[in-house]
Structure formats: C-alpha cells, structure tokens
Design a protein around this ligand. Structure first.
Ligand code: IMP
Ligand code: MG
Length: 180
C-alpha cells in the first residue's frame, strides 16, 4: 500500500495490526514485571504520544503518568509531579544516537528513584553514539528514517496510524532528515 501525502509517498513498514499486537505483548510483559510496584510512566513528547496512549492502556496495573518535552536531545520541560521513590518507566518513540536517553537519565536521576527503565517502540542500534540498553523494545533494527505513529518529518506525519518510510527520497536527502 502506498499513500500520497503532499506528493511524498509513505510506505507502511509496521502496520496498525502489527503495532497493536506488539503493544499487547509489551503491556502484558510490563504488567507482569511491575506487579506490586509503584509504576510511574513518563511519556516523551512529542513523538511518544500515540505509543504512550496505547501502551498505558495495555498495562493492567494502577499507574501514574506524566510527560517531558524533549527537543534536540535536551529536556525542555519539567514534570508536574514528584517521582521520588517510584518505579519510573520512560516511554520513547525511537532510540537513535542514544543522546536523548542520556540527557533524560541525568535529569530523572536527580530524584531518588526506586528504579528507572526505558521502553521504546523502535530502535536503531547501529546508529548509537552512546550505548543504551533498552529494557522493552517494540521493533528493533529499523534501518531507515521513519514517520508515523508519533514520528515526524518536518513536523508532519505524526498522525499516521502506522509506521512508514518516506519513499522517493534520495539517500542524501535521508541523511539530511536526521539533522533536521
Ligand atoms: P536520539 O537522541 O538520537 O536517540 O534520538 C531520538 C529522537 O530522534 C527520537 O525521539 C526522534 O524524535 C528522533 N528520531 C530518530 N530517528 C528518527 C526517525 O527515523 N524518524 C523520526 N524521528 C526520528
Ligand atoms: Mg522523540
């Protein structure tokens, strides 16, 4: 299936059905691991918003939620609640260089946490600049610039209900997407 949006073609690589199935699996795993714990989910904006909404509803435990806005690998907003003593699980769209997680970890570790773990829908392990161990990952080894299901290209495509690659984009242009 190819879909045209503003004359750039987007080709699904993870369909709505595949995402739904994987999130149900992650939700079950997290529900098992965090039983009798004090689970606090922190969603990273903007990219994680659809994943966060679906994942949080796939977890069958009482939990609290808050959000942090990250831009250019830096945390640019503050939490609205105290997370001291909580089992914090950060929910990210994708881990690429690992720089964002590096900043997030430093920021969140200012509070005395019971535990701090990371859940990311997508992973690009070969692009790391700093090493990151992701505790829960949806789909690994994504090797293209992807959009949809929260991920953007120039601010657009976040609302696509699936993850897609942008077609008709040269390797050179694709390189530029990373620095955009
Ligand atoms: P990191 O700090 O390099 O790990 O970057 C993580 C952030 O870069 C993600 O949260 C995304 O916002 C963005 N990013 C990395 N790869 C992609 C991609 O393929 N599509 C859209 N955004 C991406
Ligand atoms: Mg992001």
């Amino acid at each position: 299936m190819l879909m045209e949006q503003n004359r750039i073609f987007v080709k699904p690589i993870f369909t709505q059905e595949e995402i739904k199935k994987r999130i149900a699996e992650l939700g079950a795993l997290i529900s098992r691991d965090y039983q009798d714990r004090n689970l606090f989910l922190i969603g990273i904006l903007k990219g994680a918003y659809p994943f966060f909404a679906d994942l949080s509803r796939a977890i069958s435990l009482p939990l609290q939620v808050d959000f942090l806005m990250v831009s250019g690998h830096k945390v640019v907003s503050a939490l609205t609640q105290d997370i001291a003593g909580c089992d914090v699980l950060v929910v990210e769209d994708i881990v690429d260089s690992g720089m964002t997680w590096d900043s997030l970890k430093k920021e969140l570790q200012k509070s005395p946490l019971k535990s701090l773990k990371l859940c990311a829908l997508l992973d690009k392990p070969y692009r790391r600049k700093v090493s990151v161990a992701i505790d829960y990952v949806g789909f690994s080894t994504v090797n293209k610039y992807v959009v949809g299901y929260g991920l953007d290209y120039k601010g657009k495509y976040r609302n696509l209900p699936y993850v897609a690659v942008l077609d008709q984009i040269s390797a050179e242009e694709e390189g530029l997407l990373y620095s955009a």
